[in-house]
Design a protein around this ligand. Structure first.
Ligand code: ZN
Length: 211
């Protein structure tokens, strides 16, 4: 069976199984619209599906996925701001109460940030330009003497990139206004698919701790 045939077979199982079993709720969502209370910024990585990790169902999570789960700073240059547009809709349109930046272990985007662009292929430019959002994380990690291996550097960089994305969220005036009024809460999470552990950034200690 080809990959696309597998996908269609999966859809048919969903249509006859989950969809039928939850038809009333799914039709209500279609009829009355979505009202998720949580937005998540996650990586495109196929191993890190926020709905699977949190056992969530359709309508519960508003999910933005991009390479390395980065949030760029609020800036007016350029016009194709997919992540910023999705965040604006989640925050101003849906008025979500919580916004989670969900990082993960063994992130290919973070690895490419540490290793530098992998050649002169045209596609690499897009990844390198995008990953420059997390340049500060790379600098912080390379300045540390206690991270001798690339694995340790990558892990530290994955965590630092989450902190930078959280700081960048506060550069959007409509986010800062809501966090100051405690109408919106920001969270940094980190999922390790090897151990299954989920960590969250503790605001008081500045450390990532198990949930
Ligand atoms: Zn990733």
């Amino acid at each position: 069976m080809s990959a696309i045939e597998q996908l269609i077979a999966g859809y048919r199982r969903f249509r006859g199984g989950y969809y039928e079993a939850n038809r009333e709720r799914l039709v209500d969502l279609a009829r009355y619209g979505q009202s998720p209370r949580i937005a998540v910024v996650a990586c495109c990585d196929s191993r890190v599906d926020p709905a699977v990790i949190t056992d969530s169902t359709p309508g519960e999570l508003f999910v933005v996925r991009n390479v390395a789960n980065l949030v760029p700073p609020c800036e007016g240059e350029g016009i194709w701001h997919g992540t910023s547009a999705a965040l604006q809709f989640a925050v101003c349109g849906l008025e979500v109460e919580d916004l989670v930046v969900l990082g993960h272990a063994r992130c290919g985007g973070i690895r490419s940030l540490l290793e530098g662009p992998g050649g002169d292929r045209a596609g690499d430019k897009f990844i390198a330009d995008w990953m420059s959002v997390a340049d500060e994380a790379r600098k912080r990690v390379l300045d540390r003497a206690d991270l001798p291996t690339l694995e340790e550097q990558a892990h530290a960089c994955e965590l630092a990139a989450i902190e930078i994305s959280l700081a960048n969220l506060e550069t959007f005036p409509w986010i800062r206004e809501r966090t100051e009024q405690a109408r919106l809460h920001l969270h940094g999470w980190y999922y390790d698919m090897m151990s299954g552990d989920l960590l969250q950034l503790d605001a008081s200690s500045g450390r990532f701790v198990s949930v």
